[in-house]
Design a protein around this ligand. Structure first.
Ligand code: ATR
Length: 285
């Protein structure tokens, strides 16, 4: 019996997440739950890649028969450079978090923004249409979510950043997709927001950008794109300042993974049970 025949039906397709550091990545857990739930023959591992070794690592994974990759910090921009084809949302985000190897093509996509939108709409029952939205931060995390937010037709999106020029430049970059303006935190005094999204790295330092006391509209939602076992500093700020819904980015993490899984497998996993399971894992860490 030839090996081909012997292997037929037994094949497991291999995927991985690449980043540095990668030991705390939740992606292997999420994708193994998706694979089990959808009965897909998928193996998913985490690969730590040395700085300077990214393109080599991607080439090796592809050459060894790997089917696709997730890319995380700090390689998303390099992945954008590396791929041979990009989705429109990846093109605009300037970053790639999902790679699919397709014959001799390397297809790059970015599922972060749609992950945020799906989490808000499907898990929190929150519609973005006609809302006044504040996005804090103008780095890679912020840039990845702007086009998918504007696609939902908010009435206004303000991007605020510690370095205001970066927010202004980002707003200009996305201006053809909706009403979007950039500014510094000191210029937020006139407006009240329905939804405030924190895409800064301030949470990592336990800090909150300098925000006006009256920032939140009635029934405001506050969403931190970061997640952890404990509420972030921004989530604590939101509680003190009267937000009616407060959430972290765990749902976004699972939703962006679900979109990657769909790109690779053409099957949509159910996400709410996976978010619940991950929340438990996080609380027990
Ligand atoms: P990421 O890929 O996580 O977005 P990044 O591209 O380095 O990381 O961007 C970090 C973002 O967090 C930036 O918007 C940064 O503001 P600056 O552009 O002014 O540097 C913001 N940030 C980081 N620490 C902050 C803090 N303590 N307060 C306010 N904003 C902060």
């Amino acid at each position: 019996m030839s090996n081909d025949l012997f292997d037929f039906g037994e094949r497991i397709d291999r995927y991985a997440v690449m980043g540095n550091p990668i030991t705390h990545s939740k992606s292997p857990k999420i994708h193994s739950l998706f694979a089990k739930q959808t009965s897909q023959a998928v193996e998913y591992t985490a690969i730590q890649v040395d700085m300077g070794g990214f393109s080599q690592a991607v080439g090796n994974f592809c050459a060894s028969g790997g089917k696709g990759l997730n890319i995380t910090v700090p390689f998303k921009e390099e992945a954008w450079q590396l791929v041979s084809e990009r989705s429109q949302r990846a093109e605009l985000a300037g970053a790639v978090n999902t790679i699919k190897f397709d014959r001799d093509q390397i297809f790059g996509d970015n599922t972060d923004g749609i992950g945020l939108v799906h989490d808000l709409k499907n898990n929190h029952n929150y519609e973005l249409r006609d809302k006044i939205i504040l996005l804090m931060g103008a780095g890679g995390a912020a840039r990845g979510v702007i086009a998918p937010i504007l696609e939902q037709h908010p009435s206004l999106l303000i991007i605020a950043n510690r370095t205001p020029d970066k927010a202004v430049a980002l707003a200009m970059h996305f201006s053809e997709f909706g009403t979007v303006q950039g500014c510094g935190y000191g210029q937020l005094n006139e407006l009240q927001f329905d939804l405030v999204l924190n895409a800064t790295a301030a949470s990592l330092q336990g800090e909150v950008p300098d925000l006006p006391e009256e920032l939140l509209a009635d029934q405001a939602m506050c969403y931190d794109l970061m997640y952890g076992a404990k509420p972030t500093a921004f989530m604590a700020w939101a509680a003190v300042h009267g937000a009616s819904q407060i959430t972290d980015g765990l749902g976004m993490l699972v939703e962006q993974a679900a979109e990657s899984f769909y790109i690779w497998r053409d099957v949509r996993p159910e996400t709410s049970s996976v978010i619940e399971m991950l929340r438990e894992v996080l609380n027990n860490e």
